[in-house]
Design a protein around this ligand. Structure first.
Ligand SMILES: [Zn+2]
Length: 269
């Protein structure tokens, strides 16, 4: 059984939907993929029916708040659950060194004394580098540099059951350096900021994010089978799925997904 729980689909800051976060589930094991921008990650997990005690691995792509800041309440919840006997073992966090330093600082400065020692003992960091491999939730995970211009940012390739390959590419367009690796992928989770190449944030985002047509065009050229578009603007979110699918299907021949927050994607299709 392998599923992807979409916790949040919005980019940057949003008071409408939750920001970027999801859970890859393999049988009873879960990998939390980015954590959105705050406390709501705990609510999204509860609404998805995912137990904190089943999450022992967290991947953080980069330090921007819409991906990172949910990690602080998540760690707090894990430490509290250890104290109450509801969480066993350690929590592994896969991230860049700067993220570890940021998290260390916030926790040292803001957590009660009773959590400080437990944090050092039970939270284990793995510092990412391109090409590194880990075994997580029963899968092989290979790290890839996204070549983001905005900050150090990593994504991953995970080998699912039946040797299917799933890619998470953070919140930037797939770099040309990664085309060979992504080619013929079974699943790609890719950002798609908006439909129009021009929007009110065009100047702000420059080349950091994509529009639907561009992503669909090059993912089609790379022969990707299932493409999930997320990390979007939160305007007109009620019609987002329909608008993005209509636009994307013009350019993409495989299966296209534009999930809402709290949707679940079956990876065995
Ligand atoms: Zn983002």
């Amino acid at each position: 059984m392998q599923k992807f729980y979409v916790l949040g689909t919005c980019a940057g800051i949003s008071d409408i939907g939750f920001t970027l976060s999801g859970v890859l589930q393999h049988n009873d094991k879960c990998l939390l993929v980015d954590t959105g921008e705050g406390m709501q990650v705990l609510k999204q997990l509860r609404l998805s029916g995912i137990k904190i005690s089943n999450i022992h691995d967290v991947f953080i792509s980069h330090k921007h708040i819409d991906h990172l800041l949910g990690l602080i309440p998540f760690i707090r919840k894990v430490l509290t659950s250890i104290k109450t006997g509801e969480y066993e073992g350690v929590l592994n966090i896969y991230c860049d060194i700067e993220i570890k330093e940021i998290v260390d600082y916030i926790i040292k400065a803001t957590f009660q004394d009773l959590f400080q020692e437990l944090y050092k003992e039970k939270i284990k960091f793995f510092i990412l580098e391109d090409g590194q491999e880990y075994n997580v939730i029963g899968y092989k995970m290979r790290i890839l540099d996204t070549y983001s211009k905005a900050s150090v940012q990593f994504g991953f390739e995970i080998i699912l059951e039946d040797n299917k390959r799933l890619f998470y590419l953070g919140d930037v367009p797939c770099a040309t350096q990664n085309y060979e690796r992504v080619k013929n992928a079974d699943w790609v989770l890719h950002e798609a900021f908006s439909i129009s190449p021009k929007n009110k944030y065009t100047e702000l985002i420059k080349s950091h994010h994509s529009n639907v047509a561009d992503v669909c065009k090059y993912m089609n050229q790379l022969n990707v089978k299932n493409l999930v578009l997320w990390h979007t603007l939160d305007d007109n979110i009620e019609t987002r799925k329909e608008r993005f699918l209509t636009e994307g299907k013009e350019y993409f021949d495989g299966n296209l997904y534009v999930p809402d927050d709290l949707e679940v994607i079956d990876l065995d299709v």
